[in-house]
Design a protein. Structure first.
Length: 401
């Protein structure tokens, strides 16, 4: 969903974040990240510079995952088989682990979501499946089954969110739907057959293959553009960001606070918990929502700590928000570190499928696990606002839940 951005002063933001009076959970013993032995002499320019490197590394790994997905899609569409479909699904799931962590780079008008940003093409949801392909009781629905509709990157991009924000034609979730199909199960994901891509087995199989190829290529293009924006060149967005000093640090805090409260706790968890409807879960076709939550929570932790574990197993480390805050208020930095770790631990405690976690009575075990994650994220957002204040930032941007 496209966030609504409103500038507010810190006092206002604190009041808004404090509104849902939720208890602060204790940090899980096995999820707490130990504080550094001593606060490093981090500066705003150093934090901004390392953040930019962390962003680039995250997008590079995501792009690599998307390219692997593209190869799997090419193999599937060239010779459809059950094995090929399973391989494409695995590649999608693997790539999502990295993309989910990049969502901590949103919400401040950076390359991902400025007025020309590709976020809506990449990750828009929830999706009306019938906008793209057939669904139960509507066998001729969707762009795929309308042979007059041209399937090309330009055309699909223009159709994305046309006449409604649920009219999703591109991105991760359009690809997810084409790989898994409509989720009609209460215990598992969608179960599309590879024969949907075989001529003579399902109407418009040729267009379904073409759509999957084009949507994947567009995703790769958009991720490549983000990687380029954060490349260390004189004309890139990164160059300007690294020169931004405390303004860039403010943007970093905005991204973390907005993802914590408005997007992850709010749009992605509270809405689904209230509706108990699988249509409100993030990755409903694949039943991968529980991993989306973990990846988002880890993305916040990555930025706060200035640490990122790359796809090759190496760990990128450098100047961090934690160090910047610890130089002013060590106790607050430690408390925030523990709270963020508690959120990651709570997210990792969610069980699959997520659409079963959200149903039942208020005290159902799954609903309690989801609520625990929400409560931790809400407290985390408050701690991040306080941490920003300690670092000298008195004006933030609120993304409303």
């Amino acid at each position: 969903m496209t966030p609504v951005l409103k500038p507010v002063f810190l006092a206002t933001l604190l009041a808004v974040l404090a509104a849902p009076a939720m208890a602060q959970p204790a940090a899980a013993a096995n999820g707490t990240v130990a504080a550094a032995p001593a606060a490093q002499a981090a500066t705003a320019p150093a934090v901004a510079k390392h953040y930019a490197q962390l962003v680039l590394a995250s997008y590079e790994d995501t792009l690599a995952g998307a390219l692997t997905l593209q190869k799997a899609v090419q193999s599937l569409t060239a010779a459809p088989s059950d094995e090929g479909l399973k391989a494409a699904r695995k590649a999608w799931l693997d790539a999502r682990e990295f993309y989910g962590q990049t969502e901590a780079f949103r919400f401040y008008g950076g390359p991902i979501d400025d007025k020309n940003g590709p976020e809506g093409r990449i990750n828009a949801w929830p999706m009306d499946e019938s906008y793209v392909d057939y669904v139960k009781d509507a066998p001729n629905a969707g762009i795929i089954n309308n042979r007059k509709a041209v399937i090309g990157k330009k055309q699909l991009a223009s159709l994305n969110e046309r006449n409604g924000e649920e009219n999703i034609a591109t991105g991760w979730h359009a690809i997810e739907f084409l790989l898994w199909g409509q989720d009609l199960s209460t215990t598992g994901p969608g179960n599309r057959s590879f024969e949907d891509f075989v001529d003579g087995k399902k109407p418009n199989a040729d267009r379904r293959r073409q759509y999957l190829q084009v949507a994947t290529e567009l995703l790769v293009d958009d991720l490549r553009s983000l990687t380029k924006a954060w490349a260390p060149t004189a004309s890139s967005y990164r160059a300007k960001f690294e020169r931004g000093g405390m303004e860039s640090v403010r943007k970093i805090f905005v991204g973390l606070g907005s993802l914590s409260r408005g997007e992850l706790a709010g749009e992605r968890l509270e809405v689904a918990l209230a509706s108990q409807d699988q249509e409100d879960e993030h990755s409903c076709f694949s039943d991968n929502t529980h991993r989306d939550v973990v990846a988002n929570a880890k993305g916040i932790q990555n930025v706060w700590l200035g640490q990122y574990k790359r796809a090759d197993g190496s760990t990128l480390t450098g100047a961090s928000l934690r160090e910047l805050v610890a130089a002013k208020n060590p106790a607050l930095a430690e408390r925030t570190t523990k709270q963020i770790a508690a959120s990651v631990a709570a997210a990792e405690g969610l069980q699959a499928p997520f659409d079963r976690e959200i149903v039942g009575a208020k005290d159902a075990p799954g609903r309690l696990r989801v609520q625990k994650t929400i409560d931790s994220l809400v407290q985390q957002s408050k701690d991040l606002v306080e941490a920003a204040n300690a670092a000298g930032i008195t004006k933030l941007t609120l993304v409303k839940p």
